[in-house]
Design a protein around this ligand. Structure first.
Ligand SMILES: [Zn+2]
Length: 229
């Protein structure tokens, strides 16, 4: 059971559990305060405990804020990043735990170990974007396999400099650009349809366009949207 306690301007999430002792934590990188308490303990006693720890809580939250501020002004920090067509500000937080990226409270939190350099941060972001595309692909491929009557052997998501995707009709493989995770989801679908259509028609001839028109009538719009920066 989770409840919320308000102490001044601090919100504490209280979870009652079958444990013996109170546990207090300030969550990085968000600065969220949590208390796990024994199930039998009254909310009033938990409040008293939290009040007695207020100094410590504020110190921890100050650390979180300082970390945000002290993030060096590099190209990756203080930059906005698109995720599925929506713009999010990025906050880099340093912490001794394993690196992670989370979308929370309308921002991207990039958690890295202290001293992680710019290249590594960029690599983490790219890996995360790649995971986003990899996760979005299977349902799309499944949907269009049955609509088109084709079968994709394997798919790959990778960094591509000049193209959004490619298809090897002989092997039955398609490749998608990692950066598609920054574009609207409809754009990813457009590229998937385009590449899968090459399993029926390898070239961009009149037949290819006619098939595109029948499967995805608004494909020209999506293509423009995709190539707009
Ligand atoms: Zn093509």
């Amino acid at each position: 059971m989770t409840r919320q306690l308000k102490i001044g301007d601090i919100t504490v999430e209280v979870t009652l559990k079958h444990i013996k002792n109170l546990r207090l934590s300030v969550h990085l990188p968000t600065g969220r305060v949590r208390i796990s308490a024994p199930a039998w303990m009254s909310l009033e006693n938990i409040r008293l405990f939290a009040v007695s720890k207020l100094g410590w809580i504020k110190k921890q939250q100050g650390r979180v804020r300082r970390q945000d501020r002290e993030t060096p002004c590099e190209s990756l920090a203080h930059k906005n990043h698109y995720v599925w067509g929506k713009l999010y500000p990025l906050t880099v937080a340093e912490s001794d735990r394993a690196p992670a990226i989370e979308l929370e409270n309308d921002r991207i939190w990039l958690r890295v170990r202290p001293g992680t350099d710019q290249r590594r941060r960029q690599a983490l972001m790219e890996c995360w974007y790649r995971g986003q595309v990899k996760e979005a692909l299977p349902p799309l491929i499944e949907k269009w396999q049955s609509l088109m009557g084709v079968s994709v052997n394997r798919f790959f998501v990778q960094r591509m400099k000049t193209r959004w995707g490619s298809c090897n009709p002989v092997a039955g493989n398609i490749r998608l650009n990692t950066e598609l995770a920054q574009k609207a989801p409809e754009c990813l679908e457009y590229v998937v349809v385009h590449e899968m259509l090459h399993l029926l028609e390898p070239t961009h001839n009149a037949r290819f366009k006619a098939l595109m028109d029948s499967f995805l009538p608004n494909w020209r719009l999506l293509k423009n949207q995709l190539n707009r920066r």
